[in-house]
Structure formats: structure tokens, C-alpha cells
Design a protein around this ligand. Structure first.
Ligand SMILES: [Mg+2]
Length: 431
């Protein structure tokens, strides 16, 4: 029986700010980074890899936090971790001292995400299945016992969750064949970063259009006149039949959101993402009520299942954008998907960064196969840093190709780790 013998955490930072990659209205100099966890077992062929995504400074805080959790897991058997994953997760999120600097938010939640993404990877590798397959094959009761319903049972009970999953399992074989054959649809953000010139944005939009993409998202929020200008340019290129979304990355107040969305809605927006502060559940509702039917999306900075519960129940969002590394891994992501299913709210997962695309491709499949009854299937894709991964997600005709290898991971190449480890890797040394 394999047991955990070591957990090593690394601070890896890619200097993506040099190309304005990921630039938006508030994050103007992103160095895409990963707090990168390697979980070693006494079986040399069995290693779990997990990460959380940050944009540079602060990655070291996540690395330090993850190290505090290490003693809870050393010398435990993998089967013991699999069986008790809910209580182990709770011992991290509700750690008697560390919870003071959370609870269940910010650095703590990002760090638990990295560690438990690594454990879910290890467990699904142990069973020699891709994570999505491992999860959908679990007995429903076993699966629910691995998830956290604390603080959300006023909106969804385990019994309701059980009935949702069992209902979906009636059709599981046909649905699985279909997703293996067709993949999962996604949209691209990669043409519309705010730091890109008009020329670069136009060329990339044309390129992605020719590659078969039909959904395009662009960044707004620094200057409304420039936003109008850029929306006009992109809408002209993609025509009326393709979808356009905009993302303000929290730049506006509630009042500014209402004013600006009303100015931009002539461009037929599929949704507006993060117009204002990600915690402002009531503010989002005010915006929704004042923009003439324009739909709102949010979630990439929604800190935990409890805030999501309020957004969903209050109908303050139209599209639920879960994030695989801000939320504390599957333990709380699947309960959020279950709440969304009960309330019939579509999920459009956030991705991009480092590793997020590799993670959400599994979560999308799990949602489609055993959780949601909503028929809007869509997820984000933004190619970034995939050149540093040994197993990047694969896209064909605007669809994620269903991953069939064991595990749940984004594995960073050895050479990239060596070069970009902070602060002593070859690239950063002396900078
Ligand atoms: Mg966004």
C-alpha cells in the first residue's frame, strides 16, 4: 500500500508581463505563476502534482502556506487519504491557527487548492483513470462523502445532490460516448488583452476566426471611449453571428457599471464579466436590474462556496464562472456545481493562466455528465504558458478534446522549472 513520503513546494514564475499577456483593466503586469506541489509516494511511479495560479508577487505566500499543511499528510496511505479526503480538507480549511488569516478565502483557499489538486491527481492516478472518469465512476454516496456541504445546506442538501447525480446517471453511457467524440465547447480570450494594440487585436481576432472559433471575449474597463472603439472593431470582424463577451475585471463601481454597460450594449454582448467588486452580491443585482437584459458573469475571484451560494440564490449572476485554483479544489467546486444545477444556472468555467485550462477540462465533463441539466455548454480557453507543460489541454475547432490520460494535472517541464523557479532559477537569478 503506497504512502506519502514527501511533499515539495516550488515557486515558479514566468515573465509574461514582457508581452502584456493577461493584461486587463487592473492587472497590468501579470507574471503568470504557479505555487507548484509535488507529492511523493513510496512507489516511485506514483507522484501527485498540484498547483495554484497567481500573477507574480504573493506566489511565495502560497508556497509558505502549503508547507504548513505538510505534516498533516506525511506517512499517510493513499487509500486512507482517499477515504478521509473530506475531513483532511476540513483540517486545512478550518486549521485551528491558520483559519485566522482566512477563513476559507485568499491565500488559504489558493493554497488548499494547490495541495488538493495534487491529492485528486494522485488518487485518480492510483486508480489509473483521468480524474473526470474516476469521479463519474464513484458510487454517488461515496462521492458526496468526499465533498463539503458545510454552510450551504440551506440551499442544497446531500439528499438533493444525491437525486441530481442519480438522475443524470441514467444517461451516462450515451453522454460519455458523446463527450469523448465531440469534446467540450470553449471560447477564446486570447485576442483581446487590454495591453494589445488595435493592430495586434485585429490580427489575432482574424486568426482565431479562421481557426474555427465562434465566441470571443475582450477586456474593457480603463477608458470607455477606447472600449467602444475596440468593441466596434471586433464586432465588425466577427460579424453578427459569432458571440462577443466583455470583461471589466472589477474596474467599475456599481454606478459606473450601469452607465458603461448601457453604452456598450449596442454591440450585442453575450455577457459582461466582473463589472464590479467580486464580493458585491447586491451590487451585481442592482446592475442586472438597470442594463436592459444584458447578462452578467462572475466567479473567477469568488472566494468560496458560501459567496457563490449567495450569488446563485440571489440570482445576482447569469453565468457561474468557477475557478479551479481559487476555490479549494473539487471538495467545494462540485457542491457549487450542484447548487448551480438545482437553480438551473449555466456554468462557464474560468481558465487561462497556468494550468487552469488543464484543470477545467475535467470539471466541465463532470458537470455535463453527472451534475447539470442546463444545456448551455461553454468554457473559457486562453492559450498561455502551454509551451511549459508536458500535457497541455488540446483544442480542436473551438472544443477541448476529452483528456484520457490518468490523473488531474498540469505538469511543468523539468527545464522550465529549472529556468523559472523564483528567485534562484536561471532566468531570475540576479534580477
Ligand atoms: Mg475574467
Amino acid at each position: 500500500m503506497s504512502k506519502i513520503i514527501d511533499i515539495i513546494v516550488k515557486d515558479i514564475r514566468f515573465p509574461t508581463s514582457l508581452d502584456n499577456l493577461g493584461s486587463d483593466s487592473v492587472h497590468v503586469d501579470c507574471d503568470y505563476s504557479a505555487a507548484y506541489v509535488e507529492i511523493f509516494s513510496d512507489d516511485k511511479d506514483l507522484k501527485g502534482i498540484g498547483l495554484t495560479f497567481t500573477i507574480g508577487k504573493g506566489n511565495d505566500l502560497c508556497v509558505a502556506c502549503i508547507k504548513h499543511f505538510k505534516p498533516l499528510f506525511l506517512n499517510k496511505n493513499i487509500t486512507e487519504i482517499e477515504k478521509n479526503i473530506n475531513s483532511l480538507w476540513r483540517s486545512c480549511t478550518n486549521h485551528s491557527q491558520l483559519r485566522w488569516i482566512g477563513p476559507e478565502k485568499g491565500v488559504i483557499q489558493l493554497s488548499v487548492a494547490a495541495l488538493f489538486n495534487g491529492f485528486w491527481d494522485l488518487i485518480s492516478k492510483y486508480h489509473r483513470k483521468p480524474l473526470w472518469k474516476y469521479i463519474v465512476d464513484l458510487n454517488t454516496e461515496d462521492l458526496l462523502n468526499k465533498l463539503s456541504f458545510t454552510y450551504i445546506d440551506d440551499v442544497i442538501t446531500k439528499e438533493e445532490a444525491f437525486n441530481i447525480i442519480e438522475g443524470k446517471k441514467n444517461n451516462i453511457q450515451i453522454a460519455t460516448q458523446s463527450i469523448i467524440k465531440n469534446g467540450f465547447p470553449c471560447y477564446t480570450t486570447a485576442a483581446g488583452w487590454l495591453g494589445y494594440s488595435d493592430e495586434k487585436m485585429i490580427n489575432l481576432t482574424k486568426k482565431y476566426l479562421s481557426e474555427g472559433w465562434t465566441h470571443f471575449k475582450m477586456k474593457v474597463g480603463q477608458d470607455i471611449d477606447r472600449d467602444i472603439h475596440r468593441c466596434k472593431l471586433v464586432r465588425e470582424i466577427i460579424g453578427k453571428d459569432n458571440l462577443l463577451m466583455i470583461d471589466a475585471n472589477q474596474a467599475w463601481s456599481v454606478k459606473e457599471s450601469i452607465e458603461n454597460i448601457n453604452k456598450l450594449k449596442e454591440f450585442d454582448l453575450y455577457f459582461v464579466e466582473e463589472p464590479t467588486n467580486p464580493d458585491d452580491i447586491l451590487g451585481f443585482k442592482k446592475i442586472k436590474n438597470s442594463v436592459g437584459g444584458v447578462k452578467l458573469a462572475t466567479g473567477e475571484m469568488c472566494q468560496n462556496r458560501i459567496v457563490f451560494k449567495q450569488f446563485l440564490e440571489n440570482k445576482s449572476l447569469d453565468f457561474c464562472q468557477i475557478d479551479s485554483c481559487r476555490l479549494a479544489s473539487l471538495n467545494e467546486i462540485l457542491p457549487i456545481l450542484l447548487m448551480s444545477s438545482k437553480l438551473n444556472i449555466p456554468v462557464i468555467a474560468h481558465a487561462g493562466g497556468v494550468g487552469l485550462c488543464e484543470y477545467v477540462q475535467h470539471l466541465n465533463i463532470i458537470n455535463q455528465l453527472i451534475i447539470t441539466n442546463n444545456t448551455t455548454y461553454l468554457s473559457e480557453y486562453a492559450e498561455s504558458c502551454s509551451e511549459h507543460l508536458t500535457n497541455p489541454s488540446i483544442i480542436k475547432n473551438g472544443h477541448y478534446v476529452t483528456p484520457m490520460n490518468s490523473g488531474y494535472s498540469a505538469i511543468i517541464k523539468k527545464d522550465s522549472v529549472k529556468k523559472f523557479q523564483f528567485p534562484n532559477g536561471d532566468y531570475w537569478k540576479g534580477k
